[in-house]
Design a protein around this ligand. Structure first.
Ligand code: X2X
Length: 338
């Protein structure tokens, strides 16, 4: 090799070394930080797919310093259990429905108020705007770290094994599985149903063994958890919108150098936004797929359900539970609810 060529190579190696200097990488060396991220959906769900891609992007951009291992599908326990592990530091990262999170941070149930949002546009305006900012400030006060962008679970629909739900009267006495959260129990009590709180890890079996006859979830969850195998009817009630907050254990998060936190947050927030678009497309496709598998869909009128909640005192109860400040923030996004 002649001198000038060697100089050029040395020169470009030096440039590479300088640009890599803040994040040195030695191939084959194990990561400086290996964090567990756990969630409750199957690997076919866009939340898993986008989070996994974000974990790869984070590994690459941190030059291997931060490795996020993804544990899907309730592998590390049901939501209630994973949430305790997140708080104790047994797992570092976790996505949780705001409504389940409300067992620790009451304000996190705000987005689940019955029939608060008519469509996705109003959901994201609120959750990327004032409602989300308020909820995140409350989550932070509870000593957890939360990413800015919320992930979509979806508008929830009611499935049953035995009859379509055409109006609120069909909900009377219905044995329905709901997630573990006061908001869900309260809503289905207001409908005079008989709600049973169970984590999603136990939902399929509960219907298979007929412990319950019904459940409520977005079409994507109904399909990806294969609930059509144990449920016949799907009534498109859109009775609430539900999403996941991406949470981190505070001590684990603060152990990361600031630069690594910034890289992780950037990719996780971008993945959330991409996941929202995936979900809208998927919901339409999966409904067709469920129909082809024999599930029977109907779309009841919303107003009688809302009226039933109103007359049962649901909105006034939740207004006083959340407090005037939180309720005003919600109503600024949704219009008058109570
Ligand atoms: O538990 C459920 O029903 C689910 C999967 O929708 C949530 O994460 C709240």
């Amino acid at each position: 090799m002649n001198i000038s060529r060697r100089k050029i190579i040395q020169g470009s190696a030096a440039v590479a070394a300088v640009s890599a200097a803040p994040l040195p990488l030695v191939f084959g060396q194990s990561a400086e930080f290996t964090y567990k991220y756990a969630h409750n959906v199957p690997t076919t769900h866009p939340m898993h797919i986008r989070a996994k891609a974000a974990a790869d992007a984070i590994r690459t951009e941190t030059q291997g310093r931060l490795e996020i291992q993804v544990y899907p599908s309730n592998q590390l326990g049901g939501d209630t259990d994973m949430f305790s592990q997140l708080r104790s530091g047994g797992i570092e990262l976790f996505t949780l429905s705001g409504l389940i999170l409300s067992t620790l941070v009451p304000a996190a149930a705000l987005n689940g108020v019955g029939f608060a949002f008519p469509d996705y546009a109003s959901v994201w305006r609120a959750m990327d705007g004032d409602v989300g900012a308020y909820v995140r400030s409350q989550i932070t006060k509870a000593n957890l770290v939360v990413m800015d962008r919320m992930w979509d679970n979806g508008f929830r629909q009611i499935t049953t094994s035995n009859k379509p739900i055409n109006g609120p009267d069909d909900l009377r006495g219905l044995k329905i599985r709901v997630p573990v959260s006061p908001m869900w129990t309260s809503m289905f009590k207001a409908f005079d149903s008989a709600p049973t709180s169970l984590n999603s890890s136990e939902m399929y079996t509960a219907m298979q063994t007929k412990v319950v006859d019904a459940q409520e979830n977005p079409v994507s969850i109904i399909s990806l958890f294969k609930l059509n195998e144990v449920q016949k009817f799907c009534s498109m009630t859109n009775h609430m919108w539900d999403g996941f907050w991406f949470l981190a254990n505070r001590r684990a998060w603060e152990r990361l150098p600031v630069q690594l936190r910034e890289i992780a947050a950037k990719h996780l927030n971008a993945a959330a936004v991409a996941q929202r678009a995936d979900m809208e497309m998927l919901n339409a496709t999966l409904q067709k797929d469920l129909v082809s598998k024999g599930m029977v869909f109907n779309t009841p009128t919303t107003e009688p359900f809302r009226q039933k909640l109103r007359s049962a005192g649901f909105y006034s109860e939740w207004k006083s539970r959340f407090g005037q400040e939180a309720w005003d923030i919600l109503e600024r996004s949704t219009g008058k609810l109570a």
